[in-house]
Design a protein around this ligand. Structure first.
Ligand code: BES
Ligand code: ZN
Ligand code: ZN
Length: 491
């Protein structure tokens, strides 16, 4: 998509998007062409245009010199332009353009949205996402692309160009994550992850370490290896390092993302209707790659280490079983009570590796439980951890980007329930079952964070959606990406 910024409408094709506010409908500024003003005031008088946020009306324009189609969209009150409004409205605009296959948009950007222009533009850009299709022959006629976006502002400003740049970076990052998460598991495997990490590290001059299966064995990553035992493919663990802080020696923020290539559940096999979308189980890992795709471009001033343990949870003669006792990288032994509670096992070893860097804080991000969706649906991810400020900072970053999170508790009884009679820990408490499933999964992880500040982001309910927002599509959402990048920016 090509983007330009101008102070008067240059495009003569495609769709002209005309946002209006309740307060200014009848006194629009000069960037709105006369014809548009007349059209709006007529529409308003005839009640075709309502002032309620999100209401739209559209028409063809037969006069030369302006785009062929007009879309008027009401943004409600100019006093209430939140970033969420901006992003949602951007989504609405983008979806409309997609619906009529307009390959050019000219967007009038009123000064009242200036502070949220990044999010309005992100909304438009993110709404254009199309899941990659793997059809033998691509039908050309079906393919649509938004080619040009002209932003018509009352005046040019450095902030607007910066906002546009940031919107582009973040929507690129989000597209990158969604492609990884949507793609099937025979394509996105541990090797693919390693290759992508190499490409990203090279392009941005990050440090990279890919710990191979052989090395993992030597280092005794018993939990990660147990989970991958049933797979013919080798596991690995990726560690990316970005030194963005002025003080290169400053402690790092560590982000550990679950890279479960596919989760069948293992011998506790997932049933039909639960297993089909389990290619999404590496969404946490994909978000970590996404973060590193954008960290440098977004000029984040922090030292950040991304750790992605990658494995595959399959059924085979070699697979681990319920009742097995394994020894994790930390040395703590774990009784396997349910092979479907595998995410916490690979994260456990990833966390232990993280503690060796003596970090400022540790964050885990994972499609860890289905239980979190029961609590917070597909609008909020769960935030669970041992540090109130870290949780609050992540929640705030989520609010600032409409990538929302909500706190869930860890009661000390949940910690007790993860203790085993035959080993130090067990990976699932059969006694209390699914009760507080997200919290107990986090309580298990807590045994591996040592004394560090830590917060877990459970995206089990949000990484994939069947009910997309206007700027989303069905399937992968890239949730967590914007929250984490904003958090690092604020930190
Ligand atoms: N990957 C799943 C969690 C999940 C479920 C993510 C649905 C996204 C959508 C995880 O490994 C899992 O199987 N969790 C179980 C845990 C239980 C067996 C202790 C769950 O939450 O049901
Ligand atoms: Zn599972
Ligand atoms: Zn899983």
């Amino acid at each position: 998509m090509k983007t330009t910024i101008s102070t008067s409408i240059k495009s003569k094709k495609g769709l002209l998007v005309i946002p209006v506010f309740k307060e200014t409908i009848e006194k629009l500024p000069a960037v709105y062409p006369k014809l548009v003003k007349e059209f709006i005031s007529q529409g308003y008088k005839n009640k075709d245009l309502k002032s309620a946020k999100g209401s739209t009306f559209s028409t063809y324009n037969l006069q030369k010199g302006l785009p062929e189609k007009f879309l008027v969209i009401s943004l409600g009150s100019s006093k209430k332009v939140s970033l969420r409004t901006a992003k949602e409205m951007g989504g609405k605009i983008g979806k409309y353009a997609k619906g009529i296959k307009a390959s050019e948009i000219s967007l009038i950007l009123p000064k009242e949205v200036a502070s949220q222009s990044q999010y309005l533009l992100e909304g438009i850009m993110m709404s254009q996402y199309e899941e990659e299709k793997f059809k033998g022959k691509k039908k050309k006629s079906e393919s649509y692309e938004l080619k040009n976006l002209e932003i018509v502002a009352e005046s040019k400003s450095k902030t607007l160009s910066e906002d546009l740049e940031r919107a582009k970076i973040m929507s690129y990052g989000s597209e990158y994550v969604k492609d990884l998460v949507n793609a099937p598991s025979n394509i996105i495997d541990a090797n693919y992850f390693a290759k992508e990490a190499k490409r990203i590290a090279k392009a941005n001059k990050y440090k990279l370490k890919v710990i191979t299966q052989k090395e993992l064995k030597k280092m005794k990553w018993g939990a990660l290896l147990a989970v991958n035992q049933g797979s013919k493919k080798e596991a690995n663990c990726i560690a990316l390092q970005y030194d963005g802080a002025k003080n290169k020696k400053a402690k790092s923020i560590i982000i550990v993302g679950k890279g479960m290539i596919f989760d069948t559940g293992g011998y506790n096999l997932k049933p039909t209707n639960h297993i089909e979308t389990m290619q999404q189980d590496m969404a946490g890992g994909a978000v970590v790659l996404g973060v590193f795709e954008v960290l440098k471009k977004m000029k984040i001033k922090k030292n950040v280490i991304g750790i992605i343990p990658v494995a595959e949870n399959l059924v085979s003669a070699n697979a681990y079983r319920p009742s097995d006792v394994i020894t994790s990288y930390s040395g703590q032994t774990i009784e396997i009570t349910n092979t479907d509670a595998e995410g916490r096992l690979i994260l456990a070893d990833g966390l232990t590796y993280g503690t060796k860097f003596k970090p400022e804080a540790m964050i885990t991000i994972a499609t860890l439980t289905g239980a979190v969706a029961v609590a917070t649906g597909d609008r909020y991810c769960g935030l669970i951890g041992n540090d109130r400020k870290l949780r609050r900072d992540l929640r705030r970053a989520g609010r600032q980007t409409d990538d929302l999170g909500w706190d869930l508790p860890i009661h000390r009884d949940f910690r007790k329930k993860m203790k085993s009679k035959v080993a130090d820990l067990k990976n699932y408490d059969l006694g209390s079952g699914r009760y507080a499933g997200a919290s107990k999964a986090a309580a298990f992880l807590e045994y591996f964070v040592e004394k560090n500040k830590w917060c877990h982001i459970d995206i089990g309910g949000t990484a994939f959606t069947e009910d997309p927002k206007d700027y989303q599509t069905k399937g992968a959402t890239a949730q967590g990406l914007e929250m984490l990048v904003k958090y690092l920016e604020n930190a």
